[in-house]
Design a protein around this ligand. Sequence first.
Ligand SMILES: CCC1=C(C)/C(=C/C2=NC(=C\c3[nH]c(/C=C4\NC(=O)[C@H](C)[C@H]4CC)c(C)c3CCC(=O)O)/C(CCC(=O)O)=C2C)NC1=O
Length: 161
Amino acid sequence: MQDAITTLINSSDVQGRYLDNSALNKLENYFHSGDMRAKAATAICANAKKIVTQAVAKSLLYTDITAPGGNMYTCRRYAACVRDLDYFLRYATYAMLAGDTSILDERILNGLRETYNSLGVPIGATIRSVQAMKEVVTSVVGADAGREMGLYFDYIASGLS
Ligand SMILES: CCC1=C(C)/C(=C/C2=NC(=C\c3[nH]c(/C=C4\NC(=O)[C@H](C)[C@H]4CC)c(C)c3CCC(=O)O)/C(CCC(=O)O)=C2C)NC1=O
């Protein structure tokens, strides 16, 4: 896993230089946003269950997907879907804290599309539920942190599509 700090330091290190102004600016912005990131993570952690439940209600409940023949039909598959959304939320929160997407590639996206395709998990509906989660999270953490979390949800959505 990478984070905003190691990424900037590593790229200066390979050139054998101190951080240049642009790297220092990025670092300063990252440190400056630290309080916002920590507060957002605290709010998400306290509301994780509610966030996932509301995202499911907004995007999936009472659609063909939860009806007989749909991919969420049966308790086992419904629970697997809710669990997947909880993974997306938790890892998007880690990525937001780190200011870096690499943990999403390593832990979430690696092989996920292939797994979904082989199990018939509908990718379009999964992406809609990730978008719904983005809206719900914004209502919990506010616009600024919501925009930041949105980057990582979008990264998951585009990695799946
Ligand atoms: C931490 C990283 C990680 C991820 C991301 C992960 C995802 C993941 N989701 C799975 C299944 C699944 N995922 C879903 C999800 C959905 N179906 C829908 O219709 C909805 C649109 C959607 C929810 C948004 C479902 C229903 C299954 C079970 C499919 C089946 O077994 O038939 C499976 C197959 C194994 C299993 O059932 O547990 C994996 C590996 N596992 C991991 O360890």
